[in-house]
Ligand binder design. Structure first.
Ligand code: GLU
Length: 435
């Protein structure tokens, strides 16, 4: 058995196309079939190597390897013309105004048993004699697609449902070519957005590469794509790819459109990130953490961050205050925890004093700040707020005291002092003594 993924290069791999590629790959791996990759680049504007490179990269990133190809349709123009000429010779096609048209008999129906949709048929009287080669000499996609499938011995055509409307003409072509070999067709359901509209074509919304850049990890993406139109009776959706291969059945694919749900994908991503060994996490996350060396973080801190990371882009705001230089400062956090906080000065001063020479360990830092808060009748959460903002630049983030331990005394005190200077013109007496 042989199946194929046959993208028309657009410069990126659309999530819908990626799902088609995945289902072909799952089918091939499940049945031990051959997975062929063919680039449908006959349209001159698509015949550009850089448009293809991105598609191949995205397929590799998803872990979808192919057994044959990539074949390029544009290299097979001679063969496509040979087929058109043969149809002309046999009188099955004729020339009108320079274009070649296939003769279509007017009676009966043309149809097929779709693996996913069951019997689909069209009335022949609705199909006019259609163009198979334009007057400029270029064969139509309808024809090149069919001829290539035939020549490449494809037994299973698994593709998007947008190709259904081409089916009657393609079947008529096969009939004219005298093909009686059995080919199975499976048209996959459309991907839709929340409003059940066809997904956009905006690169940032739908390209696999943009999901990678937005911090999605490949196994989560692949697993999520597998759930778009397919599932198992037990309802388990997150499972290793090997198990998906084992259970995948083309006949179990749904025919109703599938909602591409970013929230759900994010949930899958979070689960995959949480479950991976922390060395893998550090390696995958490193490109999202600038030059800061993630492996330098204490293991427990790294593990905590890993558990919170839904997408790898969320990592930087959790740790960028540890990077060399000044911390970023979020204006709203500053306004709330410092400017509008009547006890901010007292807490910052108290903390400066309390941290001046204590042991630099998270438990001690915790106790010391709690004591500063108590002295002002504040619970830890309230007491911690101005310190967190002064040191990390944000009101929320991973556990503060673990982070302070990593940042070190010198940098922590410098930031507390800087915040104190920026907020109040004068330091209170107790902190001046302390520094
Ligand atoms: N080249 C077509 C596309 O990218 C797919 C054709 C097919 O799978 O038969 O939409």
């Amino acid at each position: 058995m042989r199946c194929r993924f046959a993208p028309s290069p657009t410069g990126y791999l659309h999530v819908g196309s990626a799902r088609t590629a995945l289902f072909n790959w799952l089918f091939a791996r499940h049945h031990g079939a051959t997975f062929v990759l063919r680039i449908e680049d006959t349209d001159a504007s698509r015949n550009q190597p850089e448009l293809v490179a991105n598609i191949l990269d995205s397929l590799r990133w998803l872990g979808l390897d192919w057994d044959e190809g990539p074949y390029f349709q544009s290299e097979r123009a001679g063969r496509h013309n040979e087929v058109v000429d043969a149809l002309l010779d046999r009188g099955q096609a004729y020339i009108q105004d320079g274009a070649v048209r296939l003769r279509v008999a007017e009676q009966g129906t043309v149809g097929w048993d779709d693996v996913i949709r069951g019997r689909v048929s069209f009335d022949r009287s609705h199909i006019e004699d259609f163009v198979i080669r334009r007057s400029d000499g270029s064969p139509l996609f309808l024809l090149t697609n069919v001829v290539d499938d035939l020549d490449m011995g494809i037994t299973h055509v698994i593709r998007g449902e947008d190709m259904i409307n081409n089916m009657p003409k393609q079947l008529l072509l096969l009939e004219a070519l005298g093909v009686d070999r059995e080919v199975w067709y499976a048209h996959l359901p459309l991907l839709v957005d929340e409003q059940r509209r066809k997904l956009s074509k905006r690169y940032g919304d739908v390209s696999i590469e943009s999901y990678r850049d937005r911090g999605f990890v490949a196994p989560a993406m692949t697993n999520y794509l597998a759930t778009l139109g397919w599932g198992t009776a037990d309802g388990v959706e997150i499972r290793p790819l090997g198990e998906i291969v084992q259970r995948f059945e083309l006949a179990a694919v749904n025919k109703s459109s599938a909602f591409f749900d970013l929230k759900k994908l994010t949930h899958f991503n979070h689960e995959y990130i949480r479950a991976m060994p922390s060395a893998d996490f550090a390696a995958l996350a490193q490109p999202f953490a600038a030059a800061f060396d993630l492996t330098a973080l204490p293991a427990s801190y790294l593990a905590d961050i890993q558990g919170r990371t839904q997408t790898l882009t969320e990592l930087a705001p959790m740790i960028d205050w540890l990077y060399p230089g000044e911390p970023p400062m979020d204006g709203d956090s500053w306004a709330k925890a410092i400017t509008a906080n009547p006890v901010a000065n007292a807490i910052l001063d108290g903390t400066l004093a309390a941290y001046a020479d204590c042991e630099w360990a998270k438990d001690v830092l915790h106790q010391r700040l709690a004591a500063v808060g108590e002295a002002h009748g504040l619970k830890l959460g309230k007491a911690q707020a101005p310190v967190r903002v002064a040191v990390t630049g944000r009101a929320v983030g991973p556990p503060l005291f673990d982070g302070l331990e990593v940042l070190g005394r010198e940098r922590t005190l410098a930031r507390l002092r800087a915040a104190r200077h920026q907020h109040g013109p004068r330091l209170a007496k107790d902190s001046r003594d302390a520094i």
